[in-house]
Design a protein around this ligand. Structure first.
Ligand code: ADP
Ligand code: AMP
Length: 215
């Protein structure tokens, strides 16, 4: 059997990106994340699709979902070239979940659960490396040198959509569109729910054990 194909679910700020880095290191899988892919293509011209806005960035800065046709194409391309992967940030609605079924078979599905108050603290305090995308937190996960990435020396910045208004909107969008996706997967025998409010290390131990069970 090849490398595992893992779907990591959870609200914005649950720790998906942070724990995906651990999975990449431990299992050699690829990190397929629609958030990072879209951030690299914020200015892409999508005007020919005749949608509300002409670039992904206009949806993202407000915390709205980028339209399915844009996101589905990104994921399909990334999954075709990956052996094992951890998929993070997709699917975010039931239509995307249906698309995913036609693209690949998953070996494991893990959901990280975190309460809304904790999510707001995590997202507004998150800092990300401008160069490599590594996540930090001003209180919970500090770099060795303030403002500097431990991994690559890049500058740590705050994402525009991590300001409080956009955070609240993203959590509403999650409740309306993405909670039903978690509900949908929760009936599957290989679904594992992890308490994402535990320490970074404890979440990692439980996630690692869940993924080991799939291989
Ligand atoms: P997601 O990718 O799910 O949006 P991140 O991995 O970026 O979430 O985590 C959001 C923020 O919360 C980051 O600043 C990260 O450092 C912090 N964080 C992640 N997991 C934990 C944890 N278990 N305890 C405390 N802070 C955490
Ligand atoms: P993230 O980095 O996962 O928090 O995603 C940041 C932003 O990118 C989201 O608020 C959306 O605007 C957009 N985005 C990421 N993934 C998706 C997706 N699967 N569907 C639609 N929009 C997405």
């Amino acid at each position: 059997m090849g490398q595992p194909k893992i779907l990591l679910l959870g609200p914005p700020g649950a720790g998906k990106g942070t724990q995906s880095s651990n999975l990449v290191e431990a299992f050699g899988v690829e990190h397929v994340t629609t958030g990072d892919a879209l951030r690299s293509n914020k200015e892409m011209d999508i005007s020919d699709l005749g949608l509300e806005y002409d670039t992904p960035g206009e949806y993202m800065d407000q915390g709205e979902l980028v339209p399915d046709e844009v996101v589905n194409a990104i994921v399909e391309k990334a999954l075709t070239s990956a052996d094992g992967f951890v998929l993070d940030g997709y699917p975010r609605n039931l239509e995307q979940a249906e698309q995913l079924e036609s693209m690949t078979d998953l070996d494991g599905i893990v959901s990280l659960s975190v309460s809304e108050d904790e999510l707001v603290d995590r997202l507004t305090g998150r800092r990300v490396c401008d160069e490599c995308g590594e996540n930090y937190h001003v209180e919970f996960d500090q770099p060795e040198n303030e403002g500097v990435c431990d991994e690559c020396g890049g500058e740590l910045i705050q994402r525009e959509d991590d300001e409080e208004d956009a955070v609240r909107n993203r959590l509403d969008v999650f409740a309306e569109n993405t909670e039903p996706v978690i509900e949908y997967y929760s009936d599957r025998a290989d679904f594992v729910d992890i308490d994402g409010e535990q320490s970074l290390d404890t979440v990692w131990e439980e996630l690692q054990a869940a993924v080991e069970d799939t291989v």
